[in-house]
Design a protein around this ligand. Structure first.
Ligand code: B12
Ligand code: SF4
Ligand code: SF4
Length: 489
């Protein structure tokens, strides 16, 4: 027999207190029939690309109550944590977050968008003031956040989220275990990107949000810039109803995708996705997709930044840079980028203040954007520097951050492509050095591609480009004849 609403509410309240933005509960002892059929089609089409691990463990993806996840599981508690610049409301319950959103107060979100001209967020996003939504997202980076920051997907600008989220799901699992007794123990398994399950499909089942045409789990009122975690448990809890799909006639995400990576609405083909190409793909980026990569160095947010459900999350002022971080003190950190280092910049410094104590760390974690605030280190490194990092420098730069996943050579390859797309000839010396001397063939090849692009631009000009700086110090190229250069086509 399922326990009453009361127990589920206690679990929900505990999860919200831990800092999660939304909570939903689904039965764990059932098949994900439709979703596993979609997954099968995905694998059959070879859409996993080089992510071979994605084609394995079908049974675990189909249901949670087998041996692979948690034998005898009855419920799955699905959790979302926002990483957008979403200022969390102080009293979550008043926003109805975590409750059945269909019973939410009228916040302009959650109404049936098909009955509105404005996709359900109150205003036609196309007529909105310029919040950065709807601009060509390839024309990054965002100003004032450092050379690398704008090219890094938002979820990855801070420290690696796994450590932080894992702590949250573990605490919730521990709480669930306390609800058992000697006669009737409760087992609970916390999950956060560490088991082969279809997280979005379960989250949709749990009514945490709905899957948008961009494939993202969208939590109305919070958006899709959320990370997901789960606790699978033998405790039988009252469940939440799935939400209705709310995209209506909107297709902004499909239209905004720079590489046309959507095979159909809701179906992403990762092999064309910039996120896959810059993070997971280990080989050369297919040449036909390089230009469309634009200035995305690691990951891509384009199909999310245009989504009206994210307007609130991304219209806020950027989160402040995180000034001190333990992660900065990785091996080989000091000196590696010190004065005289590759870029001759002041260098990435050792933390000036001592590592934060436990209380400070916890406070930061509970802050709405703390763990996701862009790291200061990104502002100390130029793209050109990424072409020539040695292992020690790479460790120092990437340790404790999501960028580690791309690997040193993967990020160097990406940097070469971004430099090629930037069309800034000042990158030529660094690119030439990489094209001739980098030990990794994919980096040499990407650098040669970028050089060819810059050279082509150059040879197309009768009058050479000269460098100029405007009043703000921003550098630009112009022809010596005074004409402006062609915009980056
Ligand atoms: C592999 C992977 C990737 C790959 C492949 C993504 C893909 N679409 O398959 C790549 C590298 C491209 C990627 C990119 C990103 N990822 Co990713 N990724 C994963 C991972 C590890 C597995 C996904 C998977 O199983 N794919 C296989 C396909 C078949 O499953 P699926 O994508 O989940 O799709 C299911 C549902 O969407 C649904 N569905 C499909 N079609 C339809 C149609 C309808 C009508 C409906 C209702 C449902 C529906 O069925 C599918 C099967 O169940 C998950 C974590 C996890 N374990 O789930 C994170 C995860 C999906 N990624 C995440 C994030 C944040 C991202 C990026 C935003 C990162 C970035 N900024 O660069 C992008 C977003 C790209 C996008 N638009 O999806 C988050 C998503 C959070 C959210 N709000 O949805 C997850 C859940 C990680 C986490 N723990 O938070 N990712
Ligand atoms: S993450 Fe970027 S490339 Fe991938 S589907 Fe979304 S918009 Fe397209
Ligand atoms: S942008 Fe995409 S995911 Fe967002 S509402 Fe429109 S169709 Fe749905």
């Amino acid at each position: 027999m399922p326990h009453g609403e009361g127990l589920a509410e206690r679990v929900r309240a505990f999860a919200l207190k831990l800092g999660f933005d939304a909570v939903g509960i689904a039965r764990a002892d059932r098949d994900l029939e439709q979703d596993i059929a979609r997954y099968d089609a995905f694998v059959e089409a070879g859409m996993q690309g080089e992510m071979g691990w994605l084609a394995k463990h079908r049974d675990a993806r189909a249901r949670l109550d087998g041996d692979q996840i948690l034998a005898g599981a009855k419920s799955v508690i699905c959790l979302a944590r926002s990483y957008g610049n979403h200022a969390r409301a102080p009293v979550v319950a008043d926003l109805g977050v975590g409750r059945d959103p269909r019973h939410k107060p009228d916040l302009g979100v959650g109404r049936d968008p098909r009955h509105k001209p404005d996709l359900g967020v109150g205003r036609d996003p196309r007529h909105k003031p310029d919040l950065g939504v709807g601009r060509d997202p390839r024309h990054k980076p965002e100003s004032g956040e450092g050379e690398l920051t704008g090219g890094i997907a938002r979820y990855a600008r801070g420290r690696d989220y796994h450590r932080f989220l894992r702590r949250g799901v573990r605490r919730l699992a521990a709480f669930l275990r306390t609800l058992g007794s000697a006669d009737c123990p409760v087992r609970a398994r916390p999950l956060c990107d560490d088991a082969p399950i279809l997280e979005r499909a379960w989250a949709a089942q749990a009514g945490l949000g709905f899957v948008g045409k961009n494939g993202m789990l969208i939590v109305p009122g919070v958006g899709s810039m959320v990370l997901l975690g789960e606790v699978v448990t033998t405790l039988e809890l009252a469940t939440d109803a799935p939400m209705t799909q709310r995209c209506g006639a909107c297709t902004r995400c499909l239209d905004a995708c720079p590489t046309s990576a959507f095979a159909a609405p809701f179906v992403l083909d990762p092999r064309r996705c910039v996120s896959y190409l810059t993070i997971e793909h280990r080989s050369a980026v297919p040449e036909g997709l390089r230009e469309a990569m634009g200035e995305n160095l690691f990951g891509c947010d384009d199909c999310q930044t245009v989504c009206p459900f994210n307007a609130a999350a991304i219209s806020r002022a950027p989160a402040p840079l995180e000034r001190s971080s333990n992660a900065l003190s990785g091996p080989g950190w000091g000196g590696v980028f010190g004065a005289g280092a590759p870029n001759d910049k002041p260098g990435i410094e050792r933390p000036r203040s001592p590592p934060p104590d436990r209380a400070t760390r916890v406070k930061r974690e509970l802050d709405a954007t703390g763990p996701f605030a862009p790291l200061e280190r990104w502002s100390r490194v130029r793209l050109e520097d990424l072409l020539a990092l040695d292992e020690g420098q790479w460790r120092a730069l990437s340790e404790g951050t999501p960028l580690k996943r791309a690997g040193r050579c993967g990020l160097a390859r990406n940097a070469a492509i971004v430099l090629g797309n930037r069309r800034d000839r000042r990158a030529l010396p660094a690119l030439r050095q990489a094209a001739n001397g980098h030990e990794e063939p994919i980096v040499r090849e990407a650098a040669a591609w970028a050089i060819a692009r810059l050279e082509k631009d150059h040879s197309a000009c009768a009058v050479p480009f000269v460098e100029a700086a405007d009043a703000t110090g921003a550098r630009s190229l112009s022809r010596s004849g005074g004409r402006t250069p062609p915009s980056d086509e």
